[in-house]
Design a protein around this ligand. Structure first.
Ligand SMILES: C[S@@+](CC[C@H](N)C(=O)[O-])C[C@H]1O[C@@H](n2cnc3c(N)ncnc32)[C@H](O)[C@@H]1O
Length: 201
């Protein structure tokens, strides 16, 4: 099982963005969509033992949202970033006036959240997540201890000081996938390949 938490900072949480400007007015939704796609898609198939959370940390409560993707029942996720962005937009728009979780489409659940509390909870989970960040010890020196692996990474914007403080204070293991700062989706690709070679489901 592979779990991902992506910290999303500037995507409008009510889904008020156009699919024609994903890299601009949509707050780098292009890269967020690419990360979702990379986490789940392989050639002609989906990784069914993957779950991913988009934690929209850029908006205050009660606007803040999280979107959870569950690989075992996920549908309508295609490899192109525009249709993935449309799935996310649809979930955010449908959730905008609600104060409860909904399944916006099969395998896509959107909920109001308290992002920093959510992050605090996630770093306490077992097995503890790995914080993927530049300049950390090499990922290859880490081995998953269970048939499950969990990771936290950020979108094109670095974690805020509050987020970094929570991650640092939790003592979660920090790992780097190489000497260059990569795009979030590229990091997911590298980690997925590493886990594939280790035989992690
Ligand atoms: C595009 S980077 C963030 C922005 C980047 N720090 C900058 O200087 O503009 C996106 C995220 O991918 C992860 N990341 C990037 N390069 C990495 C690496 N070499 N190892 C592990 N994680 C990395 C981190 O979580 C990072 O916050």
């Amino acid at each position: 099982m592979r779990r991902w938490l992506l910290l999303v900072h500037r995507v409008p949480v009510h889904g008020t963005f156009t699919l024609n400007d994903l890299a601009g007015g949509a707050g780098r939704m292009d890269e967020v969509a690419r990360a979702v796609s990379t986490a789940f898609t392989v050639s002609n198939d989906l990784r069914r033992t993957t779950e991913l959370v988009l934690l929209f940390t850029g908006a205050p409560v009660p606007a803040a949202r999280k979107i959870e993707f569950f690989g075992d029942r996920l549908r309508y996720l295609n490899p192109d970033e525009r249709s993935t962005a449309a799935l996310v937009k649809n979930a955010l728009v449908r959730s905008a006036t609600l104060d409860r979780p909904i399944e916006a489409s099969p395998g896509v659940r959107v909920s109001p959240t308290r992002p920093l509390d959510e992050l605090r909870q996630r770093v306490e989970q077992s097995p503890p997540p790995i914080w993927l960040t530049e300049g950390a010890p090499p990922l290859e020196e880490w081995r998953p201890t269970a048939a499950e692996a969990s990771f936290i990474l950020s979108d094109p914007f670095d974690p805020t000081s509050e987020e970094s403080q929570i991650l640092t204070a939790s003592g979660v293991d920090r790992r780097s996938v190489g000497p260059r700062s990569l795009r979030s989706s590229q990091v997911i690709d590298v980690v997925n390949n590493y886990l594939d070679r280790l035989g992690v489901p």
